[in-house]
Design a protein around this ligand. Structure first.
Ligand code: NOS
Ligand code: ZN
Length: 356
């Protein structure tokens, strides 16, 4: 069967998600509930539908900095262990219902300490939600702990990643506004993680260009790039039969450094003009290790299946392309090689077997 993948059929196919923010994926109705329970009074609306629409609209500014402002509301209602466990549980459920079989979901523990919760309690509450949600809904979820790049807590957060590595924390990340906050500000944390044989990804090449990507890889040693869209600035002749790769772009491709691409989010923050003009088209054609992700399902009003469906529309991708993205993502996951191989051979290949 080589039918054009429809949204419904894409939902049923097994998928792997590497870049999804816990505080960017809450159900609007849950935000309303948690705000009431926790006494958070700043919500722009207490009607779930209106609130969902508000997030999608407010996130369309074309600026990463303004996009990030909307997180004050989701973070604002995620300030108790119960709230964190509920949000993580529902995240696992929502992803499983979208056909995601393995996910790495990230969040910044330091943002959830407004009421004095210790970082360890934050991490344990999230892990408990994912463990229960994963068990009930048949999905494996690993977490990445994120440090905020404008803050100075990356070493503490890196230590958390190592401390909880056998309980479900599979890696580390830095996020937040990129311009003015180069990844080398956090070099000590990255060097520590490398000495601990731990994995990390870095948001780079989204709100800032090649220097950020270069630092993330060559100074900090990132295993993967969050977004990385600006790597196209190092590729010339995009429309020519054989585009030319600069040294950094060639390095990224040669080393098979995974790019966690998030098409809809990139349009909202101005990192790409439209889906049709998104660098993912060129990078897939050039066989970079591209993966497809949601970033923030609430802010982008999207799901992983919908991101794939948009790419099918824009680039005419077929099932073999979707399987390729999915295998790329599984190969790039931060769990062990044997587990990745098992997902590829026992879940992904059979899942696409009849479709391709
Ligand atoms: O696309 C993004 N680029 C940079 N930072 C982001 C993006 N999406 C979310 N966050 C930031 O990551 C924090 C932890 O999840 C969020 O609170 C938000 O500030
Ligand atoms: Zn992100």
């Amino acid at each position: 069967m080589s039918d054009r993948p429809t949204l419904d059929a894409i939902r049923r196919a097994p998928k792997v998600l590497l870049h999804d923010h816990l505080d960017g994926g809450l159900r609007p109705a849950t935000i309303v509930d948690l705000a009431r329970e926790g006494g958070y009074t700043e919500l722009p609306s207490t009607d779930a539908d209106e609130l969902g629409a508000w997030f999608a609209e407010a996130s369309n500014s074309g600026s990463l900095e303004r996009y990030l402002e909307t997180f004050s509301h989701t973070v604002g209602v995620m300030q108790s262990a119960d709230a964190l466990t509920r949000v993580a549980y529902e995240c696992a459920e929502d992803l499983a219902k979208d056909g995601v079989v393995y996910a790495e979901v990230r969040y910044a523990p330091e943002l959830h300490t407004q009421t004095g919760m210790p970082l360890e309690q934050v991490v344990e509450a999230v892990l408990a939600g994912f463990a229960a949600g994963g068990r009930d809904h048949g999905i494996r979820v690993g977490t990445l702990v994120t440090a905020m790049r404008h803050q100075a807590r990356s070493m503490e957060i890196a230590e958390l990643a190592v401390r909880y590595r056998d309980q479900g924390v599979v890696g580390f990340d830095i996020a937040g506004a990129e311009a003015g906050y180069p990844p080398t500000r956090h070099l000590d944390a990255f060097e520590y993680l490398q000495r601990e044989n731990a994995h990390f990804t870095i948001h780079a090449g989204e709100g800032f260009g090649l220097p950020s990507i270069w630092q993330a890889i060559q100074w900090c040693g990132a295993d993967r790039l969050g977004h990385g869209v600006r790597i196209i600035d190092d590729i010339t002749g995009a429309d020519a039969p054989e585009p030319e790769l600069g040294r950094l772009a060639a390095y990224v491709r040669d080393k098979r450094i995974p790019l966690e691409m998030c098409p809809t989010s990139n349009i909202q923050t101005g990192a790409a003009k439209s889906i049709a003009e998104h660098p993912i088209g060129l990078l897939r054609r050039l066989s970079f290790r591209v993966t497809v992700n949601t970033d923030n399902r609430l802010m982008s009003g999207t799901t992983l299946s919908e991101e794939f469906a948009k790419l099918v529309d824009a680039f005419g991708y077929d099932w073999s392309d979707l399987r390729w993205f999915t295998v790329n993502a599984m190969k790039s996951a931060f769990i062990g090689f044997d587990e990745r191989l098992e997902f590829i051979n026992k879940v992904i290949k059979p899942g696409y077997g009849d479709l391709v």
